[in-house]
Design a protein around this ligand. Structure first.
Ligand code: GLY
Length: 339
């Protein structure tokens, strides 16, 4: 059984490292004042080790994380909603080939792309999701349309694309999502049948607290390299990868989706905060312990109703960042401080 090997925990812009299990014991004390607004993002977790990419690639990821942070922060600074902020933040990552979401999504075993996304508004726990879409350019916009323009929470496959098209969203050929890097990853996985986490998964997500005290969360992904056609991961499932409830917490997850579904990671975290009174990092650590006990890996970003936030992951690294009125920070590797 795979065990947790590393966890990085952050609060108030500071980061602490704990080995062997997810724990908040070594994390710094919580920030004493609540932020006016705050945005936290991730761009996927996995076998992301120092030396595993060129300095140019590292710089490109940091730049892309900052573009996402700025897109969401612009909304929040202007008094916009947490919902608009998380949408804006993940949109830039869906459009950036670096991330496994939108353009740059991984390939299925059949050589196509099937994308999943979800979004949730903490004000009323309204939510929307799409699974297995192949033609809508930005799955997060389709998820939001499901939430706001239908009486349902989730649409799948052709029906989801048809719904998105009927809502006037931009549609593309499936090949729009192709990138050489992801095709090479597919060929590697198919040839070697060596399914490393780095090759196989990656997801992007954002959580935000706005000036009105509202929370929101969004998660979007291409899924896992060489996944079977029709496979749906955790990203479109409210309660698995995405959850937001005002005054409680917001969560977006990345990792091996089957394990996150089985644990119900995002809802587990929020329930521990709401019912057991745990802080968001402790709750996230406990949920990831459950994922690890089943053999899964990945990570979460968490934000409390008061704005305390955390990056908690049991993979080697996670693309991540935060921004608020006091500053911002980004990091990639496990040991890095997101400042
Ligand atoms: N977490 C992304 C997936 O498993 O599809």
């Amino acid at each position: 059984m795979k065990r947790l090997t590393h966890a990085a925990l952050a609060l108030g812009g500071l980061i602490a490292t704990a080995c062997a299990s997810v724990s908040s014991e070594s994390a710094p004390a919580p920030a004493s004042t609540a932020p006016e607004w705050r945005l936290v993002i991730h761009g996927g977790a996995g076998v992301i080790l120092p030396g595993s990419m060129t300095p140019e690639m590292e710089a490109a990821y940091i730049t892309a994380l900052n573009v996402s942070l700025e897109a969401g922060a612009a909304v929040l600074r202007a008094g916009g909603s947490a919902l608009d902020a998380v949408e804006a933040a993940v949109l830039t990552m869906e459009d950036d080939a670096l991330f496994n979401a939108g353009h740059g999504a991984v390939f299925t075993a059949s050589g196509t792309h099937e994308l999943d996304a979800s979004i949730m508004d903490g004000r009323d726990r309204n939510a929307g999701a799409v699974a297995g879409v192949m033609r809508v350019k930005n799955p997060v916009l389709a998820a939001r349309a499901v939430m706001e323009k239908s009486e349902h929470v989730m649409f799948a496959a052709e029906g989801a694309d048809a719904f998105a098209q009927a809502q006037g969203l931009e549609m593309v050929e499936n090949a729009y999502f192709d990138t050489d890097r992801r095709r090479e990853a597919l060929e590697r996985v198919l040839q070697e049948r060596a399914r490393t986490a780095a090759d196989r998964h990656g997801t992007v997500g954002a959580i935000a607290l706005d000036r009105g005290g509202n929370l929101a969360a969004a998660t979007t992904t291409g899924g896992m390299t060489a996944k079977a056609a029709g496979r749906v991961g955790d990203a479109p499932l409210i309660g698995a990868a995405t959850y937001a409830e005002n005054g409680v917490c917001a969560v977006s997850a990345t990792g091996h989706g089957e394990y996150f579904i089985r644990v119900g990671v995002a809802k587990t975290i929020c329930d521990r905060v709401k019912l057991a009174g745990e802080d968001v990092k402790t709750a996230a650590g406990a949920a990831l312990d459950e994922v690890a006990a089943l053999g899964g890996d990945g990570g979460v970003i968490v934000l409390s109703g008061e704005g305390d936030y955390g990056f908690v992951f049991n993979a080697a690294g996670m693309y991540r960042g935060w921004i608020d009125a006091s500053g911002s920070g980004t990091a990639i590797y496990g040991e890095d401080d997101a400042e």
